[in-house]
Design a protein around this ligand. Structure first.
Ligand code: GTP
Ligand code: MG
Length: 172
């Protein structure tokens, strides 16, 4: 599956924990192109899992995204992006820099994500958290277009995610 992305875009990865966002980002972009919420939580709170640091972490993430977009650099946001207020912040940042907001949704079965989570020492939440995320994802799928995402790519299942290829579109 070819995913068309404008050569300058703010790309929001969207998916439940364990859907493979960070893995996907690592496969398709340079580390410096990817701003991950974990990294910024670590930066402001010395703990990538400190959810109480999220507000500060996203403030800094948006600031860095803005600097990158102002310099004409494609920027990928690796966070679950399952809440409309979180996505609204990204849309706002993209608009401020006259850049297209693009969503790439990694839609894997909850059971697959849960199984993967069992092998991760850095993820200790219980199943209900994942169930809630999965419900939020279903709702998100119906909201992305009206929120302002200009391109929405939904990769359904592990095989589609593995087969995805990014193709860059020239802006002019
Ligand atoms: P959060 O950061 O918790 O939101 O998760 P994430 O969406 O970033 O998932 P991540 O990329 O960290 O992947 C979760 C786990 O699944 C990791 O242990 C990965 O190695 C594994 N994983 C990711 N993608 C694949 C895949 O395509 N196949 C297999 N077998 N494992 C994968
Ligand atoms: Mg991740």
């Amino acid at each position: 599956m070819i995913i068309d992305v404008p050569e300058l875009a703010l790309v929001a990865l969207v998916g439940i924990s364990g859907s493979g966002k960070s893995t996907f980002a690592g496969q398709h972009w340079k580390p410096t192109q990817v701003l991950s919420s974990d990294f910024f939580r670590g930066l402001v709170a010395d703990d990538e899992n400190d959810q109480s640091a999220s507000a500060d972490a996203f403030e800094v993430l948006h600031y860095v995204a803005g600097k990158r977009l102002a310099a004409g650099r494609l920027t990928v946001v690796d966070a679950t992006n399952l809440q409309s207020h979180a996505r609204a912040g990204l849309i706002k940042t993209a608009r401020e820099h006259d850049v297209l907001p693009v969503a790439i949704v990694l839609d894997v079965p909850e059971s697959v994500a849960w199984e993967r989570t069992q092998g991760r020492p850095d993820r200790t939440f219980d199943r209900r958290v994942l169930t809630r995320m999965h419900r939020d994802l279903r709702r998100t799928l119906g909201q992305l277009a009206k929120e302002g995402f200009r391109k929405i790519h939904v990769l359904r299942g592990v095989d589609e995610i593995a087969a995805a290829e990014i193709r860059y579109e020239k802006l002019f």
